[in-house]
Design a protein around this ligand. Sequence first.
Ligand code: SAM
Length: 472
Amino acid sequence: MYNPSSLKAEEFINHEEIIDTLAYADANKDNLELIDQILEKAKERKGLNHREASVLLACDNKEKIEEMYALAQQIKQDFYGNRIVMFAPLYLSNYCINGCVYCPYHISNRHIARKKLTQEEIKREVIALQDMGHKRLALEAGEDPKNNPIEYILESIKTIYSIKHKNGAIRRVNVNIAATTVEEYRMLKDAGIGTYILFQETYHKESYEKLHPYGPKSNYAYHTEAMDRAMEGGIDDVGLGVLFGLEMYRYEFAGLLMHAEHLEAVHGVGPHTISVPRIKRADDIDPTAFDNGIDDETFAKICALIRICVPYTGMIISTRESQAVREKVLKLGVSQISGASRTSVGGYCEEEPEEENSEQFDVSDKRTLDEVVKWLMELGCIPSFCTACYREGRTGDRFMSLCKSGQIQNCCQPNALMTLKEYLMDYASEDTKKIGEALIQAELENIPKEKVKEICKENLAKIEQGIRDFRF
Ligand code: SAM
């Protein structure tokens, strides 16, 4: 029954195959010879399959785990350098007709304040985000064909791209909305979205059906096959994720990798990103009511293994996680983080009064974007506001080949430095600016091609003179 090339959810995410995989992993978790072989294979940087990955996840030998962490750090460094791409979520509407039992947007929640931004309100939110320095957004909305039809999402994307406030601009809009039809994915593609993100929540069909008791999202197959429809609709960059805490993490991990293998088998390109959200406290949601919460150590191991198993896939961590957890996993392979996020509808312009709470969940990292940028640089990372790839048509397999060819360093490194420079000129505090300027000077040396380095230096000087938006 298991067939990674099938277009049927239950064949490419096959329950029996996952159960067999977990049994194989259990049987081999102390098989150091096999574990060494898998680690040797991982060093070739071509990834691992779900079976190999599951053996590493099951292994609890401290020495071997240290080796996994060291390898994850090395792969991160080789493919992504020390660049971390910045983004923020923008909540458009929390109207929703689904019954997801872990999400406060579920339709039977009568006390959460329901809000939907008008185009005028979106403008104000976007200006607030631009004034922080953001260039890349992830749009979020509940599923409600009457209140949030595709036309509303498309109009909102148009509004967002049209706003040019001072030197601000949103240059890439990623979209995290419910599973939809090929036709609507095509419309999103035509509207110029970056990545289409959809979390699977859980790959375990039986649990999925319990956790999504009614509403369009209750259809496991329709949800699980969404990325195939998105790709059929022309979207090259898709973002996967599971909501850790809902089901047994080892099951989810195997399912996630099988999903990535499926996309590679059918479309010739794996997921652009993988997100690793963990369930959080929210309006009428108590995360302890779910039995499968994972501790920080297991979470870090999952992040490290994702980095090893799908080296070319970006990894995203949100402000659901604390500063301390974010710091730990940054080294292990995370390549994108959000900063200064608000999960309420309209939250960037105004603090909500207690009685009008529209938040999706509590955030743990509540720092400002300037604080996050400064902290990243103090950790030796380069905060990058780059959006060049998709604007230059480097999506899907073209992005992957940039990654695989090693040319990434001649593209992403200067783009990161130039967009950081824009941030420093337009939005940074004095302290952040000082650290950033020194960092840029030092990091220019890590651009391999002399010619590219020279152009980058010239562009940095032009940014000082007020010109914006250079890219390779
Ligand atoms: N309605 C769309 C959908 O169904 O995919 C958009 C998703 S929602 C705005 C974004 C994500 O938030 C969900 O996919 C879910 O994984 C996550 N989420 C929901 N409730 C959460 C909670 N209590 N804690 C953490 N994340 C949560």
